[in-house]
Design a protein. Structure first.
Length: 260
């Protein structure tokens, strides 16, 4: 199977921690140049240094608030100038914003849509034409299984993620004639920075590893997923091995979702 990404450049948002960083490490290890986008400069710089220390392509770090259209354009311009045209885009930035519907203000809705939907729209719009012109491109949208079957109290996240799933299908249809493949990973219970934040909000009566183990006991596989496991699937999706796969929303949840 062709997993070699030598000569390709991948841009990944939310890349300093968790799933984003795991994907950056996987792509870099496969030979790709990787452009890491995240807000916190110190954590971003540390991640870039540690990834660059391993064998692989070039690494660039670009501090960027993806809710800001001007910041997005500036980051893409810098990354392209330093690493080359963007062949692979991973829209990973986001957080789980939930609450009772009647408590959600316009400001909460707008921020969630800017962070999860419009960031993906704006980034895709910047790189999609070049991918089509070169007749090679990969876009992976990192979403959530709740987009397929949203439970009560899951807005606005489920709504913005469902819109991201629709965006994935639209781009896949438009990109297919040009060998631009677009897919989504629907994330379930994965060890991530969000889990760390949930632990920090807990009473910390147990250690972090025990907290995660307890959280995973009720899942079908009896454990939470690892960020590296998601990164392996993402690596496949952007590789030559997935050359006939587009428009799919793949559950990465260890069997939790009742919806395929």
């Amino acid at each position: 199977m062709d997993l070699d990404l030598a000569g390709k450049t991948a841009l990944i948002t939310g890349a300093s921690l968790g799933l984003g960083r795991a994907m950056a490490e996987a792509f870099h290890g496969a030979g790709a140049n990787v452009a890491l986008l995240a807000r916190r400069e110190d954590i971003l710089a540390q991640a870039a240094d540690e990834i660059a220390a391993a064998k692989g392509g070039k690494v660039g770090a670009y501090s960027c608030d993806v809710t800001d259209p001007n910041a997005i354009e500036a980051a893409v311009t810098r990354a392209t100038g330093e690493l080359g045209h963007i062949d692979i885009l991973v829209n990973n930035a986001g957080q789980s914003q939930t609450g009772r519907f009647e408590d959600l203000t316009d400001e909460v809705w707008q921020y969630d849509l800017d962070l999860k939907l419009f960031a993906a729209i704006r980034l895709s719009r910047l790189v999609f034409p070049g991918m089509k012109a070169r007749r090679w491109g990969r876009i992976v949208n990192i979403l959530n299984t709740a987009a397929k079957a949203p439970p009560p109290g899951s807005a606005p996240t489920s709504v913005s993620r469902a819109a991201g799933m629709a965006l994935t299908k639209v781009l896949a249809g438009e990109g297919a004639p040009h060998n631009v493949l677009v897919n989504a990973l629907m994330i379930g219970s994965i060890k991530s920075d969000q889990i760390r934040r949930a632990y920090d909000r807990s009473d910390k009566s147990v250690g972090f590893e025990e907290f995660m183990a307890n959280a995973g006991k009720s899942l079908p596989m009896g454990r939470m997923g690892e960020a590296e496991e998601c990164a392996n699937v993402a690596l496949f999706l952007v590789s030559g091995g997935a050359s006939y796969l587009t428009g799919c929303a793949i559950n990465m949840d260890g069997g939790v979702s009742r919806v395929v």
